[in-house]
Design a protein around this ligand. Structure first.
Ligand code: 0X9
Ligand code: ZN
Length: 301
């Protein structure tokens, strides 16, 4: 079973996914969407009521793209744990969840360098390692807010989708492209609920009004349930401009109405090194927000 009083190892998360899909075959399915350079599997977990045979709407959730943001995979695992016990949210929605997009980075951050962010790819410059996977997606790749310098934390990589991890997300998204109604990627920290665009502040997303409305509803629900304030707005404005991120690419390729990057706790007191005593409350924020999105998606269809 999962624990939220400490950060799980990657292996523990894998074992838990395995156990769920074995014991609940009508609810949880598990696929491997790619293998990293270090040989870790990039997992996709789908949760739905598979006894109902229909083309369901998809909510796609991605976690752990940045290695040091440990609350992110925890939030994705916690979401899976909730969903297997939420018949109402799995009847007409198929959840596609990639809890740890960057396992090499997560393992490295857990064992060697707590503040590691990127994956563990070698680069053309021998002394610098790692591509920022959230700059490697194929929409405005290597534009504003991304670097071509492999020694930088926001290094965009050799080319768009040069990395196994971003390719795995791309392939998993494209497989259900026409059914995706919402896409959420968990990050930390700062307590923001952000929507496209992130690569520019010059244009507004065509759906910005409902993106903002639902974003505000999520923030309100978190404040009520968990007492924390989340700031809502377009990523480029609310935080900073960054190109080649997963959110903008998904927004562009799917045209899905609800796309969010959620920066979970905290507000900067501990920053990336969120203490284990705060995991449970942190993952609760994510769960509260996801219920708001799920309700919105169900109301639309
Ligand atoms: O810089 C990022 O990739 C995200 N922030 S983090 O501190 N977790 O690294 C924000 C990405 C927001 N989305 C876009 N700017 N497209
Ligand atoms: Zn991040």
């Amino acid at each position: 079973s999962s624990t939220y009083d400490r950060y799980m190892t990657f292996k523990e998360m894998e074992n838990h996914i395995d156990a769920l899909s074995t014991h609940l075959p009508n609810k949880v399915k598990h696929k491997v969407k790619g293998k990293t350079l270090e040989g870790h599997d990039i997992h996709l977990v789908t949760v739905s009521d598979y006894t109902i045979d229909e083309d369901k709407s998809v909510i796609f959730v991605e976690g752990g793209i940045h290695a040091r943001e440990w609350i992110s995979p925890a939030a994705a695992m916690n979401l899976i744990d909730h969903l297997v016990e939420s018949p109402a949210l799995t009847k007409h929605i198929e959840w596609h969840i990639m809890p740890v997009v960057n396992p090499d980075g997560y393992v490295y951050s857990k064992s060697w360098d707590r503040l590691w962010r990127k994956n563990r790819s070698g680069t053309w410059f021998f002394f610098c390692t790692g591509v920022d996977l959230n700059r490697n997606f194929g929409f405005h790749w290597a534009g504003d807010g991304a670097s071509t310098n492999p020694c930088k934390q926001n290094y965009a990589g050799e080319s768009q989708f040069s990395e196994k991890e971003s390719k795995a997300v791309r392939d998993a998204v494209l497989e259900v492209k026409d059914r995706i109604e919402a896409y959420v990627t968990f990050h930390s920290y700062g307590q923001y609920i952000m929507y496209p665009w992130g690569h520019t502040v010059k244009t507004q997303h065509e759906n910005h009004e409902s993106l903002d409305k639902v974003g505000q509803a999520m923030a309100k629900a978190i404040l009520t349930a968990e007492g924390k304030r989340y700031k809502v707005g377009p990523a480029g404005k609310v935080l900073y401009v960054a190109s080649g991120a997963s959110d903008d690419w998904v927004a562009n390729v799917t045209g899905a109405p609800y796309i969010y990057t959620i920066e979970l706790r905290d507000d900067g007191s501990y920053g990336f090194i969120l203490p284990e005593t705060k995991i449970q409350a942190g993952v609760n924020d994510a769960w509260v927000a996801m219920q708001v999105i799920a309700k919105e998606v169900m109301d639309q269809s």
